[in-house]
Ligand binder design. Structure first.
Ligand SMILES: [Zn+2]
Length: 200
């Protein structure tokens, strides 16, 4: 097998695995069907995942830490994005979206996840207008259920400030409709029986 064909098959495998993750979301009633289609079309036309492979259009993972007893969420005023968003980052080579959450949780919040329930609940697209090469981010949204409100030593190079907030306060601080929609979807989950199932 040539080097080139080995590379191609690796890309194909990752694209197929990502497609599976996206398809799993179809069962949720709140899911934006257009986002599902956009993700699947993108993975069909261009099977690259990372910013190294495609500097303009690539995949990212967000994660919302949720304090299970209070239902507060941890968000931060992100320096580069200049908006209140949950932590997250670019998906790297050979990572599944959840692997990125495990890595970034430690990098950004200095906390090593163990067996906390971690769930993919939504996807969305962010169009970025800046001089930065990133133009389109395809975001996987997760929540992580935490037993208590830990004081994370968040990365001060990444966030002006980051804190635990009631979800309605976090929604009020968001100005982008996409972020608001993801948080409203999360709010619904936090109130639903689904959460109980995930928390077990
Ligand atoms: Zn990017």
């Amino acid at each position: 097998m040539s080097y080139q064909s080995t590379l191609t098959s690796e890309v194909d495998i990752m694209a197929r695995l990502f497609k599976k993750e996206v398809v799993k979301l179809k069962k949720f009633p709140y899911i934006d069907k257009k986002a599902i289609k956009a993700f699947l079309d993108r993975l069909k036309q261009d099977r690259t995942i990372t910013d190294k492979e495609n500097p303009e259009d690539h995949f990212c993972s967000f994660f919302v830490p949720v304090c299970l007893p209070t239902k507060e969420i941890f968000v931060g005023h992100h320096i580069k994005a200049n908006e209140w968003i949950p932590p997250g980052g670019h998906i790297e080579k050979n990572e599944m979206p959840k692997d990125t959450v495990y890595r970034e949780f430690y990098e950004e919040l200095k906390y090593k996840l163990n067996d906390e329930p971690l769930k993919l609940f939504d996807i969305g697209i962010t169009f970025i207008k800046s001089a930065h090469p990133c133009k389109v981010h395809r975001d996987f949204w997760h929540y992580v259920l935490m037993a208590e409100k830990l004081k994370y030593k968040y990365d001060a190079g990444e966030f002006y400030k980051a804190e635990w907030l009631p979800i309605d306060t976090a929604i009020k601080r968001s100005y982008r409709q996409e972020i608001i929609t993801h948080l409203i979807n999360l709010k619904r989950i936090l109130k639903s029986k689904l959460l109980k199932k995930h928390a077990l």
